[in-house]
Structure formats: C-alpha cells, structure tokens
Design a protein around this ligand. Structure first.
Ligand SMILES: [Zn+2]
Ligand SMILES: [Zn+2]
Length: 155
C-alpha cells in the first residue's frame, strides 16, 4: 500500500505525482520476474543506468534485501529523492541488494533534469523543494501558497 501526493502545475495545470510506498503490482514476485537475464518489470520502474547496474548484480548472484521490511526503512518501494543541485523533488523505485559477500548495495539514482546523484528526501520534510513540470518545462516551489496539493492512495 502506498500513497501519492499530487501537485498541480501552476503554469499549465498538469498533475505531477510524487509517490511513496508500494502499489499492488509492486510485489517482489512480479518485480523480480526474470526472463533470459532481463527483468522487464524492474526496467519499467528504474531508469538507466540504475536498472543495468541492478540487473547485472542480480544475474551475478545478488539477492533483494529486506523486501518485507518496514516501509519506513526505505529498503524497497517508491521513495522521494531530491537533487542537491537543482532542488527538484522526484520519486524513485528503491531496492537494496545483498551481494554474495554480504555487503549491501543501493543503485545510484540520478536527477531527471541535470543528472546529478539524488539524495533521499525525508517524508514530510518542509525543506525547500522544487517540482519540474515536463509538460511546460518549468519549475515551481512545491511549498508555495498557491500550489494545489492532493493525496491519493495506491492500492
Ligand atoms: Zn506545467
Ligand atoms: Zn538536478
């Protein structure tokens, strides 16, 4: 079970979804379905190069780690990230892998607009954050007073 915050772009009215947690189709049995060395459901959820990194490690014997853990630990599921350079908030599908030697690995996620490595953004943070609207290619302050926010549950 997950939830999404929906922001309405003040310039063009397009909805921007920032989701957290797990949806119905995000169960590990589906996500880690492997077909001839590829993970099509994982590829839908992760952008390159994080997907390729993860695929290669899974094929080399790494295993998903703590997929039944508490959602607050952010080991598995959608989480919020922020770009340290352009301050744009983005959600990513997070997974943690345990390598055959026991070390834990988290793929590197990159900003969709400037390619900088993303950092986790704490839930309900009030820190400044921008959103990027792909429809009209503008950014806006998600905490500004005139911004419409809505919540939705993802089953
Ligand atoms: Zn827009
Ligand atoms: Zn950026």
């Amino acid at each position: 079970m997950g939830k999404a915050e929906i922001f309405v772009c003040p310039h063009c009215g397009r909805e921007i979804w920032i989701s957290e947690g797990l949806g119905f189709a995000d169960c590990p049995e589906i996500v880690f379905t492997c077909r001839t060395g590829e993970y099509p459901h994982l590829r839908e959820r992760m952008e390159p190069p994080a997907y390729q990194q993860t695929r290669d490690l899974l094929n080399a014997g790494a295993a998903p780690f703590d997929i039944d853990g508490l959602p607050q630990q952010n080991r598995y599921g959608r989480n919020c990230y922020i770009c340290p350079d352009c301050h744009i908030l983005q959600s990513r599908f997070t997974i943690t892998l345990q390598l055959p030697d026991g070390t834990l690995f988290i793929p590197e996620y990159r900003c969709e607009t400037c390619n900088a490595p993303l950092r986790p953004y704490p839930k309900r943070s009030k820190k400044p954050a921008l959103l990027h609207c792909k429809n009209c290619n503008t950014t806006f302050d998600m905490h500004a007073e005139n911004i419409t926010r809505m919540m939705a549950w993802i089953d």
